[in-house]
Design a protein around this ligand. Structure first.
Ligand code: BMA
Length: 946
């Protein structure tokens, strides 16, 4: 049936909330849609419901959850009953004759979380079983004219649904894991429900198995076709140079596909497609669309000439110009029009997996990203959901987190497979900031069922998401899952007894379902089966490689909580490090909001409750104790703050050393083929709650020390130091395309007990672009002369001194952050108890963009380690957690809200490492150990005995 079958001239839309979608509409009755939430297995009176929204936030707003914030103390456990109950969202809607006059009327949900029966005027119109699918239910026959149409979405408890599905599956064979580790305090069988896997708990987050109408909904009547998604492919008409060049503006061959929802199930639909790309190209052409299963895809090819558009570049490689692409479908009579606008960018992406040496394949393959034909080192982090309840995530918060990543020089972010396909605003912001998105499909750390119903739900999910996201220039690649190849090969869940079955299932799901469905809808970017994997090598080995953690192929996830990370050596020389990290606790300011005094210690029941990583507290204590004096805790807020502070130091330092290691291996390779590391994405950028985790930014946006450090270790040019047996190696790593002809490298040898450096080694160097190279190798005895400079009657010379590095680039705007390296361990060092304070706060300087910047002058009377400032005011500092080798340092504070310098000053606190040492009031007799004694500079010897 063509569009001649339509009966009325206008398209009626009751709900229309697609971003950038304009559809000729006759009615909009969203205001009338007041939702009611009922359920709780009949224990709860009906309350107001929010759409989009979720059951936890609605029950909280209604006062049913009466113990306050969902994250307060043990509320995650106390509120768990919510997820074990069934709930119904219902509303009454008014429908007019014009809506019903259309040939198709559908109730469209952009997202239902998760298992629900959809009922219109007491008649079931369909079911949902996947949080990531866009559902369209035909409702023309069920609706009636007037304002008393009832719409009900009846959700089954996700916990019970998953258990039910697990039980059915287990009658055949079990699909593990049966349950999360007890340390997660979570719910079982998340792998049997297509919903945010982490909502059942994770090793960094609580279980809040939400349910509700989590995205927008629309009631739409139409007679021809609705534009749902727009595909964009751009291939340059000439070879791209291998260096970024803003003046190079090639021509592009463009393919646009427009996916439409048709009003008819099959047949031909007449109409016209109008496409416009900014003011560069417009076309309107008549089309006969072929409809199958209510869908049509319209294709158009055209060319953009040279010098018409600028290329899109990742962060710090160039600009991110975006062009509006509008697709409109009009029926033949030109009365019904559906339009969608997306923003596109002109760039190419490639995951290069060439053999390192085709004449010696045993060296393995590259795993490097080429964007616009330029090989780029990927610097970034892993993204988890911004809150355990998606309805609490504002566009502003999403933007903020991405901006903080871009500010810290990140050009890549992995959307991890246990969360959600992110919001439109997330990808739009990534497009604007030049952050390349490594997009996992939402499967993580599990085996998955492969029955027909499951596979067809996954197919619908992949279609929904790939079509929604395809046009974003920021998306770098698709990855089928998180860690499931490794889980199977290394038998994480006892699958080895039935390995062939699980392997066959794995191939069915990722290789035979997800991959082809993805490629059918997006042939413009790479898809890898698993993340991590050995890439092509995994494929050649039948998808489950013998050693998926190989350093010669693909990407690697590496965690080791027993190593001495501060040495800066011993990490895998991987091709691509897509996950690695260490834990810490969020600030006291964050913890204070959700705890009470009795919780304030590392060994409290609350600390164990919020430490979901098995043995996490013990490993954290071990890691802290490797390098730092473990603060004594006495249950006071002050000692708890010291504990938090040292965990953040440990994390910042360990991740810094590991990241620098990966960067140092960017351009060299061992004889065995290890090296040529092409990316470092630390785990993890953000947090879902206030608990122990690997995050660099706390829930709410406060920076942990790691985030400050990341701004330095991800800088385009860095110096990086590490020590072999007797030599300090000084590397310079540059991501810049161009060489730096002249730079001055200064290495200083410092004692912990005096400001003046003992030795300065200065050297003029040149820095090769996109290269990591050893600039200096300094023998600690013969070059640094630590035997003379670092003498101390009680100490080993390596413990008395540390080294700083500084690189000044002549004639360039390139600012290279200063760096440092401890020859020994701070816990063994003769630290002076420094008096560090905020001397003054001046400003603000208000920029034209309305940014408020203050200058904070920090002073110290001795060398101070890990100088850490905190304030209640939103904002962040230009540096924090730094080493003071001078009596005074100016630090900028970028305020997130309007404040006075006085207000800022009075809220500022500053801590340095020796503040966490046992108090000076301890006498020698009181101390169990001489090492507990701390002296003030005025004290005898001016040292701390450790
Ligand atoms: C990896 C991730 C997550 C996890 C993290 C820290 O396994 O993929 O599953 O949170 O390590 O353990």
């Amino acid at each position: 049936m063509g569009c001649g079958g339509k009966r009325s001239g206008m398209l009626a839309v009751v709900m229309l909330w697609w971003s950038f979608v304009i559809t000729t509409a006759t009615t909009t009755t969203r205001a009338a849609a007041n939702w009611t939430l009922t359920g709780g297995n009949d224990t709860v009176m009906p309350v107001g419901g929010s759409v989009p929204g979720g059951v936890y936030s609605d029950l909280l707003a209604a006062g049913v959850l009466d113990q306050g914030d969902i994250y307060y103390r043990y509320n995650d456990l106390d509120y768990r009953w919510v997820s074990k109950s069934n709930w119904t969202y219902s509303t009454q809607i008014s429908v007019d004759s014009s809506l019903l006059s259309h040939s198709r009327v559908a109730l469209i949900f952009d997202g239902l979380d998760t298992a629900a029966e959809i009922v219109v005027n007491s008649q079931t119109v369909g079911y949902s079983d996947n949080m990531f699918v866009r559902y369209a239910f035909d409702v023309k026959d069920q609706l009636q004219e007037g304002d008393s149409n009832t719409l009900e979405v009846k959700f089954e408890s996700p916990v019970e649904y998953a258990t039910r599905k697990y039980d059915i599956q287990a009658e055949d064979y079990e699909v593990p894991p049966k349950c999360v580790d007890a340390a997660f305090k979570g719910e079982c069988h998340a792998n049997h429900i297509r919903k945010m896997q982490a909502s059942f708990s994770w090793d960094w987050g609580p279980a809040f198995p939400n349910l509700g109408i989590w995205k927008d909904w629309h009631l739409v009547g139409w007679d021809s076709m609705l534009v749902t998604d727009v595909y964009f492919s751009a291939t340059p008409t000439s070879d791209l140079p291998s260096r970024p060049d803003a003046s190079f503006r090639p021509g592009w061959n463009i393919t646009v596909k427009v996916w439409c929802d048709a009003s008819v199930e099959s047949g031909e639909v007449e109409g016209s497609l109008t496409l416009s790309l900014g003011d560069i190209y417009t076309v309107k052409k008549p089309i006969t669309a072929n409809v199958e299963n209510y869908e049509a895809v319209l294709e158009s090819n055209f060319t953009v000439d040279e010098n018409q558009v600028d290329m899109w570049w990742p962060n710090e490689y160039g600009a991110q110009p975006l062009y509006p692409l509008t697709a409109s479908w009009s029926d033949a009579a030109q009365v019904e029009t559906s339009t969608k606008t997306v923003r596109v960018g002109f760039r190419t992406v490639e995951l290069n997996q060439d053999y390192i040496d085709s004449s010696n394949t045993s060296l393995g393959r590259y795993y490097r990203m080429k964007v616009n034909n330029v090989v780029m080192f990927m610097k970034g982090s892993n993204w988890i959901p911004a809150h355990i309840l998606p309805e609490y995530v504002t566009p502003g918060y999403t933007r903020y987190l991405l901006r903080m990543a871009a500010d810290a020089h990140q050009n890549c972010m992995r959307v991890w497979g246990g969360g959600i396909y992110e919001s439109d605003i997330f990808y739009e912001t990534a497009d604007e900031l030049g952050i390349l998105i490594w997009e996992d499909m939402m499967f993580a750390c599990s085996m998955y069922p492969v029955d027909d119903a499951f596979l067809s739900s996954v197919t619908a999910e992949v279609i929904t998401q790939v079509r929604r996201l395809q046009h974003h220039p920021s998306i770098l690649l698709w990855a089928g899952n998180n860690e499931n190849e490794g889980a199977l090969r290394d038998d994480w869940y006892g699958t080895s007894t039935n390995f062939d079955q699980y392997k066959a299932d794995y191939i069915k799901l990722y290789v035979e379902t997800i991959r082809p469905v993805t490629l059918e809808n997006d042939d413009t970017r790479p898809i890898i089966v698993s993340s991590p994997s050995n890439g092509l090598e995994s494929e050649e080995e039948g998808y489950i490689a013998e050693n998926p953690g190989s350093t010669k192929y693909g990407d690697v996830h590496y965690y080791n909580y027993y190593m001495d990370a501060w040495k800066g050596e011993g990490f895998p020389r991987a091709r691509f490090a897509s996950e690695y990290g260490f834990q810490s606790w969020p600030s006291f300011k964050s913890m204070r909001d959700v705890t009470v005094e009795e919780d304030w210690s590392s060994t409290s029941a609350m600390s164990y409750h919020r430490q979901h990583h098995p043995l996490g507290q013990e490993e954290l204590a071990l890691q802290v104790g490797l390098h730092l004096v473990t603060p004594q805790e006495d249950g006071s807020a002050a000692s708890y703050q010291h504990y938090i502070y040292v965990t953040q130091i440990h994390q910042a330092m360990a991740v810094k050393m590991e990241t620098e290691f990966y960067r140092r291996w960017m351009s060299s390779i061992t004889e065995d083929g290890e090296g040529y590391t092409s990316g470092a994405l630390y785990w993890q950028l953000n947090d879902v709650w206030q608990g122990a985790s690997w995050a660099s930014v706390e829930l709410g946006g406060r920076w942990k020390m790691l985030h400050y450090y990341s701004k330095n270790f991800f800088a385009p040019v860095i110096t990086s130091l590490y020590m072999t047996e007797e030599d300090v190696k000084v590397y310079v790593v540059s991501d810049l395309i161009d060489d730096i002809q002249t730079a001055n490298l200064n290495i200083e040898l410092h004692r912990y007990d005096e400001f003046e450096p003992k030795l300065v080694i200065s050297s003029d160097i040149s820095v090769e672009g996109q290269t990591a190279s050893e600039a200096l190798s300094l023998s600690i005895w013969n070059d640094l002369h630590i035997d003379t400079h670092c003498q101390h009657s009680l100490y080993d010379p390596v413990d008395v001194c540390f080294v700083t590095s500084n690189l000044t680039v002549a004639d360039s705007a390139t600012i290279v952050p200063d760096n440092f390296y401890f020859l020994g361990k701070p816990k063994d060092a003769p630290l002076v108890h420094a008096q560090v304070k905020v001397n003054s706060v001046s400003g603000p300087v208000v920029s034209s963009g309305g940014n408020w910047t203050f200058t904070v002058q920090v002073t110290s009377d001795a060398v101070a380690l890990f100088v850490w400032m905190e304030t209640d005011s939103p904002g962040y500092f230009s540096q924090n957690g730094f080493i003071m080798t001078q009596p005074s340092v100016d630090v900028l504070f970028y305020a997130g809200q309007e404040i006075t310098s006085g207000e800022l000053e009075s809220s500022l606190t500053v801590t340095c490492l020796t503040d966490t040492y046992p108090s000076r009031s301890h006498t020698q007799e009181e101390s169990h150990d001489m090492k507990d004694r701390v002296f003030h500079p005025n004290d005898l010897n001016n040292v701390i005995f450790l």
